[in-house]
Write a protein that binds this ligand. Structure first.
Ligand SMILES: [Fe+2]
Length: 300
């Protein structure tokens, strides 16, 4: 989880980073609550089942190997919303992570503090049956189905922890906007090039039926080779499908973040113009130059 949202016209779930401090009274000092697993109703488990089955049919051949392997080894199935205690037992053994329940968006510093300590905050609520493709805030399906399988992967697990630590630093430096874009274009909307094709690893895509198709199959969006500095300069859309997806050669590239001295990087980035989601630079390694039809039609 953590911190995402949608905006009103979104056809599908959107993800955002951060709740303004003071918006809500914290339920506890670190914002965690009991998942209250025993309190889920049959209807809520039913919504999980509908979403789980729809997505599970769609993802073979679309989700990356790490996601598929992570999902295979987790106590997660169609019949009920997973119990965070059981997920955490499995995760702890594999990568030292645990899932903690939160009631919704949490402030950035709280979110980063959890990640830096290998705790993934997940919303404990689930969307309504008539809102399967609309999310005001990240719910348990987005957070658990989308994010948790990747936390079973050692490289990715280390990356998210490093991101949390980097987030705490960026929060102090006032450079959160740049760092949040990295999260957005990797953890939420990242694609990776496997030998057998382009694959999804971002949770915002993996938990979204329509974007799982759009991100891979649609001719409209640009697909550009991931470059950290480039991504940190690039705005993103929270109200619709992405206009650009950044593609890793492999997940190991994410470890680059752990080795970077961010202070000079932030200074360099802030001296350069911001980029809009649909921009293409001469230096970009463009894997697919999008037609722009989808977003163009919306602007018309
Ligand atoms: Fe997310």
């Amino acid at each position: 989880m953590s911190t995402y949202t949608d905006s009103a016209a979104a056809p599908d779930e959107r993800v955002k980073h951060g709740l303004a401090a003071g918006d809500v009274v914290p339920p506890s000092p670190d914002w965690t609550i009991d998942q209250g697993w025993e309190n889920y109703t049959a209807e809520e488990h039913g919504v999980w089942k509908t979403l789980y089955e729809r997505q599970t049919k769609l993802l073979p051949g679309r989700a990356c190997d790490a996601y598929v392997e992570g999902m295979r080894d987790l106590p997660m199935g169609p019949d009920e919303i997973p119990d965070f205690r059981k997920l955490s037992e499995t995760l702890m053994r594999k990568t030292g992570w645990q899932i903690v329940a939160v009631p919704g968006l949490v402030p950035d510093d709280v979110f980063f503090e959890h990640l830096a300590n290998r705790r993934f905050p997940a919303g404990n609520f689930i969307r309504k049956p008539h809102e399967l493709d609309y999310l005001e805030e990240p719910d348990v399906f987005h957070d658990v189905f989308g994010h948790v399988p990747m936390l079973m992967n050692k490289v990715f697990a280390d990356y998210i922890q490093a991101y949390g630590a980097g987030g705490l630093r960026a929060h102090k430096l006032g450079t959160l906007k740049n760092l949040a874009r990295v999260y957005w274009y990797t953890v939420e909307f990242g694609l990776v090039q496997q030998a057998d094709g382009l694959r999804i690893y971002g949770a915002g895509i993996a938990s979204s039926y329509t974007e799982s198709i759009f991100s891979l199959d649609d001719a409209s969006p640009n697909r550009i080779r991931f470059d950290l500095e480039r991504v940190m300069r690039t705005n993103y859309r929270i109200d619709d499908f992405q206009e650009v997806y950044f593609v890793l050669n492999n997940l190991d590239e994410l470890l680059e973040l752990d080795r970077i001295d961010f202070a000079p990087l932030y200074a360099r980035i802030q001296s350069q113009p911001e980029l809009q989601p649909g921009d293409i630079l001469p230096v970009d390694e463009v894997l697919h130059r999008g037609t722009g039809v989808y977003h163009g039609a919306k602007q018309a």
